[in-house]
Design a protein around this ligand. Structure first.
Ligand SMILES: O=C(O)CCC(=O)C(=O)O
Ligand SMILES: [Fe+2]
Length: 182
């Protein structure tokens, strides 16, 4: 439990900061996070040796489908992040720090002012890698649409409203080929 408290506290602080950065009250998102969907996972990446096909890497290129991800990784490395210029850059482990990814919900809420980070893991270190991502979303039925301060006549809303649960479900189905079309 103690281990979970740190990412939760970091996420809460950052979520307040994101609201303030958008000229919204600090607790703006908390009103939609009374019982937010949260998941913490432990991931193990076996080492990959030789020529690595992009279809068979540790975790393929994706964005996180929630609000924020607070990730701790061991010292092995392998996480890569796509920057705005479209280049893959490494996100090396830095002791005592967490990596924070912006998720899809923030991209919609901010009308693309903040974009969800494309990232992937390729573990060619020859060692096992472990990471522990903590995902925090909104309430299942929270409505997600661009917030008023990110919409103007010059910058109309780019997204139709959807619920957090709808988006998570859609992304879940999209990531498993056998569930599509059911
Ligand atoms: O293991 C990592 O560094 C990233 C994990 C990740 O991107 C995910 O679980 O969504
Ligand atoms: Fe991810």
């Amino acid at each position: 439990m103690a281990k979970l408290q740190k990412p939760v506290a970091i996420a809460r602080t950052l979520i307040g900061g994101i609201a303030l950065s958008l000229d919204l009250p600090k607790n703006y998102f908390e009103q939609r996070q009374r019982k937010p969907i949260t998941i913490q996972r432990v991931l193990r990446y076996p080492p990959q040796i030789g020529k690595v096909s992009l279809e068979e890497i540790g975790i393929g290129a994706h964005t996180d489908d929630g609000f924020l991800t607070v990730l701790s990784q061991d010292t092995v490395g392998g996480l890569q992040v796509k920057n705005r210029a479209g280049e893959w850059v490494t996100a090396p482990p830095v002791e005592g720090t967490f990596i924070v990814n912006i998720g899809d919900l923030v991209q919609t809420l901010t009308n693309d002012r903040y974009t969800s980070t494309m990232h992937r893991v390729i573990n060619t270190s020859g060692l096992e890698r472990y990471s522990i991502p903590f995902f925090i979303d909104l309430d299942f039925d929270a409505v997600v649409a661009p917030v008023p301060t990110c919409v103007s006549e010059a910058l109309p809303a780019k997204y139709e409203a959807y619920t957090c649960g709808e988006h998570k479900f859609k992304r879940f189905v999209d990531s498993y080929a056998h569930l599509k079309g059911e």
